[in-house]
Design a protein around this ligand. Structure first.
Ligand SMILES: NC(=O)c1ccc[n+]([C@@H]2O[C@H](COP(=O)([O-])OP(=O)(O)OC[C@H]3O[C@@H](n4cnc5c(N)ncnc54)[C@H](O)[C@@H]3O)[C@@H](O)[C@H]2O)c1
Length: 373
């Protein structure tokens, strides 16, 4: 198969869909890998690294799209890229179609087969191609929060780990899933005093078993959240209710009960945010102040560490990319129902129920398309 990887064109996106090591494995499987010149530079991979891996460097995105049987990317195809997709072509990338009718219509019109990273599942009910980015964002959250806490940035001027004779920062993490666990581990590693609040008792049992006294867990009742935020220097928002907007767990009125200069890091901002006063910010202008409380609400946190994020994403996507290239999408999805769960669009038909519900569009069961082979 010819596998093509164009340069990402969404503003501030520095990741790349195929790493040199993924390219090398695809070439070893007998495939041709076409990389647009400069595609990996933002993540620290120059053209020479791809050439050494056996890939071919191509001048323009038009040529990559025109030649490739499968396009592997990071972000959803932008309008200009969607015009270059064609019938029968396979697209493997993040799509997030539910809030994006325009993209959905364009993908349907193109006739391509689109498999979305974010809906591929695993045997534990997890989302293996979303998890690496949650791991990155979780680990970044205390790092960015600690920076925001510094006086020059408007924060309380509190050091995460304290020093001998001075207590550590109080960190509250709401949501103990992938983001929350990684945030809690890093905050605790920096020496902060950390409490994780969640509503899932099995999850809190797991955290307690695995992390012991590294951090505490508490049930995320309204009363407990209200109590914990009054003494917090940093609150990390890391909740997720799959397919739904994030619940608002801290209201504007609650801010008056918090210590001036304390910090809210709303990682759940990509689902609307879990603090009433959150709105999405960018890496250029990441923080703002509401009633003396600082907010860090960057919607694409992994972009700050594009190299780590690219490699982490590449590690997760590579086995699926190889299966798709080796077997073709129909056989690969027949063999692996978790990959089939990623199928969102095929030949003008929408195949993902939640997207159909969100957009009021008809959905074809993906299993039917396998039988049509
Ligand atoms: N901003 C970014 O750059 C970025 C990057 C990656 C992930 N995210 C977002 O971070 C959020 C968390 O992702 P995740 O991978 O950790 O999800 P996850 O499913 O692993 O964890 C979510 C946790 O929230 C808990 N939860 C749900 N409702 C709750 C409530 N009312 N109170 C307390 N806990 C509650 C769940 O029990 C679960 O443990 C998602 O919105 C995700 O999209 C953002």
């Amino acid at each position: 198969m010819k596998i093509g990887c164009p340069t990402e064109i969404k503003p501030q996106e520095f990741r790349v869909g195929i790493t040199p090591s993924a390219a090398q494995e695809a070439v070893a499987h007998g495939h041709t890998v076409l990389i647009q010149t400069g595609a990996g530079v933002g993540a620290g991979f120059d053209d020479a690294a791809y050439t050494a891996a056996g890939a071919q460097i191509i001048g323009t995105a038009d040529e990559v799209f025109a030649s490739a049987d499968m396009i592997v990317k990071v972000k959803e195809p932008q309008a200009k890229e969607r015009k270059m997709l064609r019938e029968g072509q396979l697209l493997f990338t993040y799509l997030h179609l539910a809030p994006d009718p325009e993209q959905t219509r364009d993908l349907l019109a193109s006739g391509c087969t689109a498999i979305a990273y974010e809906t591929v599942t695993d045997r534990n009910g997890g989302l293996p191609l979303l998890a690496p980015m949650s791991e990155v964002a979780g680990k970044l959250a205390p790092q960015m929060g600690a920076w925001t806490l510094q006086k020059a940035n408007g924060g309380r001027g509190v050091l995460m780990g304290g020093v001998p004779g001075v207590g550590p920062a109080q960190v509250v993490v709401i949501g103990g899933g992938v983001v929350g666990t990684h945030a809690a581990r890093v905050a605790a590693g920096m020496g902060a005093d950390v409490t994780v609040l969640d509503r899932s008792l099995p999850r809190m049992r797991y955290l307690d078993d695995v992390f012991g006294s590294t951090f505490r867990t508490r049930y995320a009742s309204q009363a407990n959240i209200a109590e914990m935020i009054t003494s917090a220097d940093m609150v990390v928002g890391a909740v997720l209710i799959p397919g739904a907007a994030a619940p608002k767990l801290v209201s504007r009125a609650d801010l008056a009960t918090m210590k001036p200069g304390s910090v809210l890091v709303d990682v759940a901002i990509d689902q609307g945010g879990c603090f009433e006063t959150s709105h999405a910010t960018t890496h250029e202008n990441p923080i703002y102040d509401v009633d003396g409380i600082l907010h860090y609400c960057v919607a694409n946190m992994p972009g700050a560490v594009a190299r780590t994020s690219t490699i982490a994403l590449g590690n997760a996507t590579m086995p699926f990319m190889l299966a798709l290239a080796d077997k073709g999408w129909r056989q690969a999805c027949t063999d692996d129902p978790h990959l089939l769960a990623g199928l969102n669009v095929h030949a003008g038909q929408l195949t993902y129920v939640a997207v159909g519900q969100a957009l009021g569009m008809d959905v074809t069961a993906p299993e039917k398309l396998l039988k049509a082979a």
